[in-house]
Design a protein around this ligand. Structure first.
Ligand SMILES: [Zn+2]
Length: 306
């Protein structure tokens, strides 16, 4: 009996360990906050860096929760306008044994003509960080239409970034644009610009974890075991014979991330389908559909994903 009990306990421990490994933890870090505003707004009425960082970070977290929430737990170093010392930010991520750390910032330069996005890592030795950083820059450049200044290392900037140096997990710091360039500052300020930036970082992170942790999207056309019995409703807004830019103005006018699903081996020529949302309740989906139909996608309709 005793032996059986021991075996049972061992088995339970193994099972709970197996479950732990399926849940990834990402710590999102909105740079600055409270009495540390970061870079100040240049144009009257626009936001300081701390507020832009927070807005984009919360959007990014929202997308991760919405689309990868079943596999990725999102935690924040701050969700409000408070000052958190850098050491504390690192400690939060290290204590939580987070799998990834993503810090969001806005850049500044003495030269107002300097524009573009950068993703910072500590050194090339952090291979995972480097890979993720390149994914992010690729999304900025190829899908979001932002100018990419590339991946930057300690040697490029000639100083250490504490949150990258001291964190125990793959860590990137994203500079989303230059507040000292008038055009880029205006771009970062309305929600639309923040959405494009947040969705680009989201897509990079999503593709990265899908490749490296065999994680499937909640709404993928191949649902995984645990979600098989929970259908979700999505709104199909568009279908096409070829890929369509997710940053086209009609898509952006919706204000929600657009999901592209490419169907294979079907008789239809319209294999590129574009969806909005993922609702457990048909009622919620219907109310969103009504919203969407008042915009450019009059023929949008609901699709049930089993
Ligand atoms: Zn900053």
């Amino acid at each position: 009996m005793k032996r059986l009990l021991v075996l049972f306990i061992l088995f339970s421990m193994l099972m709970s360990n197996a479950q732990d490994t399926t849940q990834l933890v990402v710590v999102l870090d909105a740079g600055h906050g409270g009495n540390d505003p970061g870079n100040l707004h240049q144009t009257k009425g626009l936001l300081d860096e701390k507020d832009l960082n927070l807005a984009m970070t919360l959007k990014l977290g929202g997308y991760i929760e919405q689309f990868l929430g079943h596999k990725v737990k999102v935690l924040y170093t701050r969700k409000t306008d408070v000052f958190i010392p850098l050491e504390e930010r690192v400690k939060i991520a290290n204590d939580l044994k987070a799998d990834y750390f993503i810090s969001i910032h806005c850049n500044a330069s003495d030269n107002p003509s300097v524009v573009g996005t950068e993703t910072h890592i500590h050194t090339f030795q952090s291979k995972v960080s480097n890979k993720l950083a390149h994914e992010i820059q690729k999304q900025f450049k190829e899908r979001a239409g932002r100018y990419s200044r590339g991946v930057k290392l300690k040697n490029d900037r000639l100083y250490n970034l504490l949150v990258l140096k001291e964190s125990n997990m793959p860590a990137v710091l994203v500079e989303t644009g230059f507040m000292t360039n008038p055009t880029e500052e205006v771009y970062l300020n309305p929600e639309k610009g923040q959405d494009i930036i947040a969705s680009a970082v989201f897509r990079a992170f999503r593709d990265f974890v899908k490749t490296n942790h065999s994680i499937e999207m909640r709404t993928a056309d191949k649902p995984n075991e645990e979600l098989k019995n929970e259908p979700v409703w999505k709104i199909q807004i568009f279908a096409s014979t070829g890929p369509v830019s997710l940053e086209n103005p009609d898509f952006l006018s919706i204000g929600d991330p657009i999901e592209e699903i490419i169907l294979q081996n079907t008789n239809s020529a319209f294999n590129y389908k574009y969806y909005v949302g993922s609702f457990a309740s048909k009622k919620d989906a219907k109310s969103k559909l009504k919203d969407i139909k008042s915009g450019p996608f009059k023929d949008a309709f609901l699709v049930k994903f089993e």
